[in-house]
Design a protein around this ligand. Structure first.
Ligand SMILES: *[C@@H]1O[C@H](CO)[C@@H](O)[C@H](O)[C@H]1NC(C)=O
Ligand SMILES: *[C@@H]1O[C@H](CO)[C@@H](O)[C@H](O)[C@H]1NC(C)=O
Ligand SMILES: *[C@@H]1O[C@H](CO)[C@@H](O)[C@H](O)[C@H]1NC(C)=O
Ligand SMILES: *[C@@H]1O[C@H](CO)[C@@H](O)[C@H](O)[C@H]1NC(C)=O
Ligand SMILES: *[C@@H]1O[C@H](CO)[C@@H](O)[C@H](O)[C@H]1NC(C)=O
Length: 493
């Protein structure tokens, strides 16, 4: 009888061990909330024992997407803009350089890092000037430990820049494009995540979240099948030499662009087969002038204003209809209310098309990316893309053997109801001169050479690695117990 009880108990623990081992084995990924700069509650939902700040980032005049880093020892909390269009991390924008009062307050709220207050900081000799589509930063390199807010993960000795002087920047930038030996000579954030074993591959998935949701999620080394519908389609990243600006970026081929207007038939625009890059650091989507004009006309805008934006009616926010970006095997349908950009001004809410004309840079910015779920996969040199829908959370790790094309989202296709959601409340703020969050670096053309990172690849425990060690203790106990049960059973006989 006692033997049977012990056996049943062990069976239960055994099932737990196998289930948890299945779930947790090799779970090398970390998840960070993506904070919309317009989000008034900032992180309060995520606040847990690992202490996420509640600094209000609200009142930015335009939306941009931020992640929190805890830099140094003791940790200093800093928000940085997540930018797939650049390659390096830097902090400490010069807030006194800014004009708009909302920008200045925002800049002050993102946090400041002081290397002299960190026992783990090391100053490096290198400096560099980073130039973006709008703005620039002169940086001095340091290395320090970086904790990822809301997780137990910490990266040791990461090289990044501390700004000595910036122009038109109101937050630091976390460049998550290609790093070591591709664009720079030291390991960037994505390189370090892999080198230090926090992730198994150089891949991360990004869901910016809709305007209504006000928050999204980035998973380094993993993905969430509760954030998309359909199967992830793999698009090869174009080689730099085949790309329009010859810079290694997340360039992919767009096959065509079409419009499903609120009434009337679908319309496909001409000459829309082109290379585009995915840039979370850009507020707007930039398309060739002729095409941008054609789309704007269909949204009722004849021409751009003095700032280069197409003014449109705010009533478009409440209309059904989608702008469709087709790639090989997948079409991302962007609802009207995500295409339309809303700004609060002293004259009330003003609306603009989330697309601007540009004949230099063709990129898909936040106005398109909010409707996509994208896995940026440097290891396989591909973007895995699907339609964004949020139907819950179901995370998985991306390993070397993950077959990305076999992964299907848990969500149903968007219905008219969730395609067209009610327009969200955008906080009051004065408009600034624009898509000031656009971060297009001139990349390889950066001025000075960088110092080589002193970071050694000392393994640091990721979230799940910690979880795994406690579960493996239980499981070791189970095996010991099984051996004893077998022993007792043999004795009883
Ligand atoms: C944001 O604006 C609200 C009201 O306009 C104000 O009460 C609040 O202090 C502002 N917050 C910041 C961080 O500027
Ligand atoms: C980067 O380049 C350096 C110098 O050419 C080389 O020693 C190093 O192995 C390269 N690292 C990677 C990860 O390719
Ligand atoms: C992208 O499109 C160009 C022009 O149509 C084509 O030559 C190239 O092979 C395509 N590249 C990929 C990776 O699909
Ligand atoms: C499309 O490209 C062709 C060939 O370059 C050109 O003749 C035509 O005017 C273009 N159409 C539009 C709408 O840009
Ligand atoms: C990946 O999955 C797809 C779809 O299920 C399948 O067709 C393909 O053969 C798989 N590739 C590998 C290498 O297993």
């Amino acid at each position: 009888m006692a033997v049977q009880l012990i056996f049943i108990l062990h069976l239960i623990i055994g099932v737990y061990c196998h289930v948890s081992a299945f779930e947790r084995r090799d779970s090398h990924y970390v998840k960070l909330p993506v904070v919309h700069s317009t989000n008034k509650k900032v992180f309060s939902d995520f606040g847990d024992r690992r202490a996420i700040t509640t600094v209000p980032l609200a009142n930015r005049s335009d939306v941009a997407y931020y992640a929190q880093l805890n830099i140094g020892t003791p940790a200093q909390q800093v928000f940085v803009q997540l930018d797939t269009g650049s390659f390096e991390l830097w902090v400490n924008p010069d807030c006194s350089d800014l004009q708009g009062s909302a920008d200045i307050r925002f800049c002050q709220a993102v946090g400041h890092y002081d290397s002299t207050s960190s026992s783990t900081a090391t100053q490096l000799a290198g400096t560099k000037t980073l130039r973006y589509g709008i703005g620039s930063a002169n940086i001095q390199y340091v290395t320090d430990d970086i904790g990822l807010a809301g997780t137990d993960s910490q990266l040791k000795g990461v090289q990044f820049g501390v700004a000595t002087d910036t122009t038109d920047e109101f937050a630091g930038i976390l460049g998550i494009g290609h790093g070591l030996n591709v664009t720079i000579r030291y390991k960037n954030f994505i390189d370090e995540l892999e080198a230090q074993g926090v992730t198994e591959t150089k891949a991360f998935s990004l869901a910016l979240g809709s305007k209504d949701e006000q928050e999204g999620v980035v998973i380094f080394g993993g993905l969430d099948t509760g954030k998309f519908t359909g199967t992830l389609q793999t698009l090869p990243i174009l080689a730099a030499k085949d790309s329009p600006d010859q810079v290694p970026r997340y360039w992919v081929n767009l096959t065509s662009l079409s419009l499903n207007p609120p009434t009337g038939a679908e319309k496909t625009y001409e000459n829309t087969t082109m290379a585009v890059f995915l840039d979370s650091g850009a507020t707007l989507t930039l398309l060739p002038t002729k095409l941008a004009n054609a789309i704007a006309a269909d949204f009722g805008a004849d021409a751009t204003d003095a700032n280069g934006f197409y003014p449109v009616s705010c009533s478009l926010n409440d209309m059904p209809g989608t702008l469709n970006f087709a790639f090989d095997g997948v079409t991302i349908k962007v609802p009207y209310n995500e295409v339309v950009r809303e700004l609060q001004t002293s004259f009330g809410t003003q609306c603009y098309l989330g697309i601007s004309p540009s004949d230099d840079f063709i990129l898909l910015g936040d106005t398109m990316l909010r409707s996509a779920y994208a896995v940026f996969d440097q290891t396989n040199n591909a973007i895995h893309l699907a339609q964004y829908v949020n139907c819950g959370t179901n995370e998985m790790e991306i390993t070397d053997s993950t077959n990305m094309t076999a992964i299907t989202g848990d969500c149903d296709p968007p219905t008219a109801k969730n395609v067209v959601s009610t327009s969200s409340a955008i906080p009051t703020a004065t408009p600034t001169s624009a898509a000031s969050t656009t971060a297009i670096t001139t990349g390889a053309a950066a001025k000075t050479t960088s110092a080589i990172a002193g970071a050694s690849a000392s393994a640091s425990a990721g979230v799940s690695t910690v979880a795994q060690s406690s579960s493996s203790r239980v499981c070791l106990g189970w095996w010991t117990g099984l051996a004893m049960a077998v022993f007792w059973a043999a004795m009883a006989r």
